[in-house]
Structures are given as C-alpha cells and as structure tokens.
Design a protein around this ligand. Structure first.
Ligand SMILES: Nc1nc2c(ncn2[C@@H]2O[C@H](COP(=O)(O)OP(=O)(O)OP(=O)(O)O)[C@@H](O)[C@H]2O)c(=O)[nH]1
Ligand SMILES: [Mg+2]
Length: 350
C-alpha cells in the first residue's frame, strides 16, 4: 500500500549526544572568627548538576533545528562555599522536540516515545558533593575533606519523527510541483519536462522565519479520471488525503496544450468525485472542503497582459485574487511561503 510507503519514507532522523551536568564539589572550609581562631568546619555542599529534560512543542514539526549541534549538555553544579553555603544547582537543559518524536538508543531500542507525553526527564544531573561540615561527628570534629560532585550522565540518542505533510501540492503532471518544492525546501526530487516524473510523494520541510516551519508534500500529478484510477489516480489522491492544505498549482505556460482554467476545474472535479466515493469512510474530511491556494506557475512565460487577463479570469471563478509565481525564477515564492505559514498555523490553532 502506498500509504505505508509514505509513512516509512518520510522519517526525519537525527543523532545527538546529550549530557546531564556534573554535581559541584563540596567545600572544605573552617569558620574563622576573631574570637574563635580554630572554628568548626563550615564547608557547604556542591550544587546538583542540571538534568536533561525532553519537552514537546506544537510549534515545531521537524528535527531540522537539532542538526546544528552534535552534543547538548546541561550545566554543572557549582562548588559549595564556606559558612555552610551550598553551591547553585546547574541549569537543566531542555531539549524541545516536536510532538510524536521517538527517542531511541543508537541500536534502535525505544527509550521514550514522546507521542502522548509532554515532558520526560531523560538524564538526571549528578548530586552535589557534601561539604566538610556534613562529615563532622563526635569522633572527627574537624574533617578536612569533602565529597567530590557526582558525574553527570551522557547518552547517545537517535531522534526519529514521522513527517506528516501539512501542505500538499496538487496539479496536473508537469505543472512544476517538484520544481516548487525544491525551491522552498531541501528536498531534491527529479524534475523533468515530461509528465509523471514523480511517482511517489516527496516531502520537504519549509522554514518560514525563525520559529515556524511546515512540511510540504510534492504529490505525483493528477489527471482527468484520477478518481477512477486513470494515471496512478486513486493512489495519488490517497496521498492528498493526508495533507490539510493544498497548493493547487496551475501551469499557465500553455505548453501543455490545455487551458489553465479547464485544468483547474478538472482537478477540482477529481477531488469532488473522490469525496463522493469516500463520504462513508470514518473520519474522512472531504478534499474539496480543504483550504486551497490556487497558484499560477510558470508566469515567466507570459507577458504582463496575458498574466493580467488570466488572473482576472481566475478571480472570477474563485472569488478572490490568485497568487502567481515562477518556480524557476523564484518570483513571488517568498510571499507564497509566508501565506502558507500563516495558513498552517491557523489550522494548528483550530
Ligand atoms: N518556464 C518555466 N518552467 C517551469 C517552471 N516550473 C517548472 N518548470 C518546468 O516544467 C517542467 C516540469 O517540472 P516538474 O517540477 O518536474 O513538474 P511536476 O509537476 O513535478 O511534474 P510531475 O512530477 O511529472 O507531475 C520542468 O521542465 C521544469 O523545468 C516555471 O516557473 N517556469
Ligand atoms: Mg514532479
């Protein structure tokens, strides 16, 4: 089943080392007061080393940001002080991961699955050493030793996340879907001037600003009759079903020999037909009701008047302005990314 292919193929993975903090050493100190030249021991305890805690966030959906470093460590505890003052505890390190991340050992064993958990303490910081004050007893009134801090722990882990696409790029074969995903993400699918170049979906993580990213799937081309199995039809529509928002990419170059408006209507018709045959399926959310960004592509092949005419014609059908881009030259691509980020965030809040 292609569904399984999709699930298996798009696993984001990153290997890192994490380390909790070492405990601070206990302090060796004796009270010094003017009237009491040989005061008792007063060395405080060392602070505890910081823990490593894993927390999930709804606001990130890939592991790209964790690729920046190979090792993430919590701070060590501070050494104890005289006058029985304890050292400060080391700060915890909070590793923020997307919901659904699975933490495995390098051998693949699951350490923790963050699917249903918000927070997990994975490495405890080392205990602080006791200061010499602690060791005072009736036999030894003036211990001149203290305990070292306990070591922190270090662990190599493999983080794994199944990428679920937020945005699916739909359109006729050759519309430029793979070209677009290669423009806005690190995905590098095959691009070629013939239909059905893409046979399985490609996923790419799109970064929009520092804190927001979303996942786009480049879906194989749809053709008329797709809902009845024409082309690779139904399999492709199944992929589409797993994305919440669509970019409906329309080739306006005229090189296909088809009419762009008719293309747009034909694809939407396929979505409707697919909906009709799936209405009874449990949890099915109709494809034709999902937010759709209609995007005219290959506008570098049109002059101003041609594009203007076409944009007006599309506006008449859709009821609002359409975006127009060139996936090859990059024209208006940034604007498209910003709009998509806004839309996917809105969807998340709902
Ligand atoms: N002039 C021009 N050509 C484009 C543009 N975008 C894509 N193309 C060309 O259109 C052809 C098809 O591009 P792809 O990205 O492979 O199209 P696709 O929609 O992924 O096609 P399938 O995988 O077959 O469904 C390639 O030759 C691209 O170079 C564009 O903005 N302008
Ligand atoms: Mg393609």
């Amino acid at each position: 089943m292609l569904y399984t292919v999709l699930q298996m193929k798009f696993i984001d993975e990153v290997k890192i080392k994490i380390a909790s903090g070492r405990g601070g050493p206990g302090c060796i100190s004796f009270r010094r007061e003017s009237m009491q030249p040989r005061g008792g021991p007063d060395g405080g305890d060392g602070g505890k080393g910081g823990d490593v805690i894993i927390k999930t966030s709804r606001h990130i959906n890939s592991l790209v940001d964790l690729r920046q470093n190979k090792r993430y460590a919590a701070a060590s505890g501070q050494m104890g002080f005289g006058r029985q003052k304890a050292g400060h505890d080391g700060a915890d390190f909070v590793l923020i991961v997307p919901k659904g991340t699975i933490i495995r050992s390098p051998e693949g064993e699951i350490i923790v699955d963050m699917t249903g958990i918000d927070q997990h303490l994975i490495l405890k910081g080392g205990r602080g050493g006791k200061g010499n004050e602690f060791f005072k007893n009736s036999v030894n009134q003036a211990p001149d030793f203290a305990q070292p801090g306990e070591d922190g722990e270090e662990l190599e882990v493999k983080l794994e996340l199944k990428l679920i696409a937020d945005v699916g790029i739909i359109g006729f074969p050759n519309a430029g879907k793979s070209t677009l995903i290669s423009r806005i993400s690190a995905a590098r699918p095959k691009i070629a001037d013939y239909p059905f170049t893409t046979l399985t979906p490609n996923l790419g993580v799109v970064k929009a600003g520092d804190y927001s990213s979303f996942v786009v799937a480049d879906i194989p081309g749809l053709v008329k009759g797709a809902h009845e199995g024409v082309g690779l039809g139904i399999q492709f529509l199944k992929h589409v079903e797993r994305t919440r928002v669509f970019i409906h990419l329309v080739d306006v170059s005229g090189m296909s020999g088809r009419d762009p408006i008719q293309d747009y209507l034909d694809i939407n018709h396929e979505l409707k037909m697919y909906d009709e045959s799936n209405v009874d399926k449990e949890g099915f959310f109709p494809l034709s009701s999902r937010p759709q960004f209609v995007v005219l592509n290959k506008i570098d092949t049109l002059d101003f008047d041609q594009l203007n005419k076409l944009s007006i014609a599309f506006k008449k059908i859709i009821g609002h302005d359409v975006m127009s881009i060139s996936a090859v030259t990059g024209k208006n691509i940034n604007e498209l990314v910003v709009e998509l980020a806004r839309q996917t965030m809105k969807q998340e809040e709902e």
